[in-house]
Ligand binder design. Structure first.
Ligand code: GLU
Length: 472
């Protein structure tokens, strides 16, 4: 018995290198990648750099870097539209030779005028078709236009949004190239999707209006039609399109801010998709297993930064210290006091951060005791000399410790009875202030363990001096 071979699933991500890799593009990339992995298919990367004025190498580098960081590896070679101009030319000629495309001589000004007249008359603005039958020679042309079939209803079945129809008479003859060497977006996409054997086009909802144009071009060239899935918009909490005002929009910014790639992946997977269960934490293998386009919603997906922060804090807690240290070095560069970053400090910090960029801020007092007002050492109305005595009693306990046993469990066991005898508040409060110079910090036993015996003693001595000065 021979098994019927199903066509291979091939999807693509087609970013334009005209800005830093956007979180929305990352979501499109992830959904394409997951769909490919789930179906044993291929994930193609195509850089859409036909707009030479706006495309920049640094943005292309950022796309590649961001995809690598997120772990979204593409299959096969990396395509650049700028390297495929001959291919577009070949198909442009086919359309021109078969009379399905024509040269148009209308200038920008004429088109602007036409557009405003149509708008004023309550019409959907589109090209009037003025040059359609004028046989304009190439040397007089401004652009090459596609003869959009008239009064045709183009229907397609979107995997997410169901049936969508467009009336071609509202579209008009679109420009498909500036000239034979410069194809424009809709045309280049159609040629590439065909040449790259793309089975499914999965992209943002903002491209829906391009789909009937692309389908009409596919039909003119006798290309098979891809299946379409348009992903919902990503919205700010006020339901407007996500903007910089609410959250960073580039993946590089999330990286710099100390979000872990697996947290960002988990978060963006949930921007419009949900699993059959109400599980929130997904590793990449779970996502591959569970991802289905049919479970992507139509409604806009609201970007909730608190949720991302929560997810990130969970992933930070479960990351190993070596990796955390590497990421910290990446974020803070030479500002990170590497010699002071040990497992104890990382363990203590892991529970206290939503993102790794908070590391220096929450730990600054470990690296250097801040100057603090002497009064901060005073608990309620307890006299300074009593506070001093309590700190001295704590110091007295230190002699029972070998430096290597200076750990929070044993310290707590030895110091708590002293605090109970002297008064908890009036012992533990000044101890914490002496160690951290702050009114808010982790508990003193944790700080003692991280600082170690020598530095802790030094800081308590400083506090004792401050208290002495207070006493006058
Ligand atoms: N280059 C387009 C963009 O950056 C994507 C085109 C497509 O997915 O068809 O939005």
């Amino acid at each position: 018995m021979t098994e019927k071979k199903l066509p291979e699933i091939r999807v693509r991500i087609a970013p334009s290198p005209t800005g830093f890799f956007h979180i929305g593009t990352a979501r499109t990339a992830l959904f394409n990648w997951l769909f490919a992995k789930h179906n044993n298919g291929k994930f193609i990367l195509r850089i859409e750099d036909t707009d030479i004025e706006r495309s920049e190498k640094k943005y292309e580098e950022d796309i590649l870097e961001s995809l690598k960081w997120l772990g979204l590896k593409w299959d096969g070679e990396l395509y650049r539209q700028s390297e495929r101009l001959d291919i577009y030319e070949k198909y442009l000629k086919i359309l021109l030779d078969s009379g399905k495309a024509y040269y148009c001589a209308c200038t920008k000004e004429e088109l602007e005028k036409e557009k405003s007249e149509m708008q004023a008359g309550g019409q959907v603005p589109r090209y009037s078709g003025k040059c359609r039958d004028l046989n304009i020679p190439p040397e007089k042309a401004q652009v090459i236009r596609f003869k959009m079939p008239k009064n045709l209803i183009i229907k397609f079945s979107d995997i997410i949004r169901g049936e969508i129809t467009f009336d071609t008479s509202l579209i008009g003859d679109i420009a498909i190239a500036k000239n034979l060497k410069t194809a424009l977006y809709n045309f280049a996409v159609v040629v590439d999707d065909y040449e790259m054997k793309i089975s499914h086009v999965i992209r943002g909802e903002d491209h829906i209006a391009n789909t009937p144009k692309q389908i009409a071009l596919q039909e003119a060239l006798a290309f098979p039609r891809s299946q379409y899935a348009h992903l919902p918009l990503i919205l700010s909490p006020d339901r407007a399109k996500l903007s910089k005002r609410f959250a960073a929009v580039s993946v590089a910014d999330y990286r710099k801010n100390g979000y872990l790639p697996e947290a960002l992946i988990n978060f963006i997977a949930l921007l419009g998709w949900h699993s059959k269960t109400d599980k929130e934490i997904f590793n990449i293998d779970d996502l591959i297993k569970e991802f289905e386009l049919e479970r992507v919603q139509k409604a806009g997906a609201v970007f909730n930064i608190e949720k991302l922060n929560w997810l990130n804090s969970q992933y930070i807690k479960n990351s190993d210290n070596k990796r955390i240290k590497e990421i910290l070095a990446d974020i803070f560069e030479e500002k990170l006091p590497l010699d002071k970053i040990n497992d104890k400090l990382i363990n203590l910090s892991k529970d206290r951060m939503n993102k790794l960029s908070e590391f220096m801020g929450i730990n600054d007092f470990f690296f250097e005791l801040p100057d603090y007002p002497s009064e901060l050492l005073i608990w309620k109305d307890i006299p300074a000399n009593k506070i001093s005595d309590n700190l001295k009693s704590v110091l007295g306990e230190f002699k029972n410790f070998e430096p290597e046993n200076f750990n929070k469990t044993d310290l707590e066991r030895m110091i708590m009875p002293v605090a109970d005898k002297k008064g908890r508040g009036e012992t533990l409060w000044p101890l914490r202030v002496a160690l951290s110079g702050k009114d808010k910090s982790p508990n003193p036993f944790e700080i003692l363990e991280v600082l170690g015996e020598k530095e802790s003693m030094k800081r308590i001595e400083i506090a004792l001096k401050k208290l002495k000065d207070l006493n006058g």
